[in-house]
Design a protein around this ligand. Sequence first.
Ligand code: ATP
Length: 307
Amino acid sequence: MSSITLLAHAKINLTLDVVRRLPNGYHEVDMILQSLSLADEVTLTALPEEPGVIRLTVENPEAPGEDIPADARNLACRAAALLAEDHAFPAGLSIRLVKHVPAAAGLAGGSADAAAVLAGTNRLFSLGLTEEELAAYGVRLGADIPFCLTGGTRRARGIGEKLEVLPAMPACTILLAKPAEGVSTAAVYGALSIGTRPPYPHVATEDACKALREGDLEALCGACGNLLQEVTQPMLPVIGELAEHMKEHGALAALMSGSGPTVYGIFTDAEAAGEAARSLPEGIRRAVTAPAAAGLSLAAGPGRSTT
Ligand code: ATP
């Protein structure tokens, strides 16, 4: 094999609860993560003539102005460099990213790209690493990467790396809406001071797990919640406006993903989701998508994995 193309799937948080602040400044979380069919394309190609080289190209057709580093700072390059520290690559590596997942959005786009590079390079260069070993590399770069390596529907605890498989989310349509304004993940977590002010309402994670086990989409939507929205929404009121817009158009639930600013809505009626998407205000990036069963998948079509 000399080339492989993987789809690196975005995720949303069906729930996000913060358990406590850890002495190292990280936060212990308890969340339910769901992969989406929306994905970046990550093509890895062996460069036999250029041993030791890691080369990156980034294409961002839908949002060319987005600030995505196309050098060694990119999470995809950092993932390859981390593997190369411990494993001799038989050739240089070219990484081509075609972005479709909005960046800095709470959708784990960068983490998904890094996961694709870890798993894809392992396969391309027959490094023989196990899933656990790949996850151990991943968590060194970002807490969401172990999830992105496997994906589907999972409860994630610890800093996000302790994963438990949950039954698949019932079929539905998911609308994503991302305001142009960003929020810094560090600022959002920094504004949370658990224990030093009246406790935030905790998120109904157990109820959401039960709804998943029963395959009950309505009950799941009733239990979805994101503690960080309490912090982010006052900074960016458009988050509340987007959620309201989606609910008015029939979303069973509408809330923020991760530390934001993307808002997602869960719809049973795909047409209603389409209408909600079309009627969003200008300047809001939008995508209509659906739950996916995995965090990574092989891109379909001839020539996507070549020898
Ligand atoms: P998470 O939900 O894991 O916090 P996110 O969706 O909020 O992730 P990313 O899309 O991973 O955020 O991007 C965060 C920042 O990381 C971007 O602003 C960008 O500068 C940088 N970055 C590095 N590598 C990538 C990549 N491959 N794709 C997108 N952004 C990247």
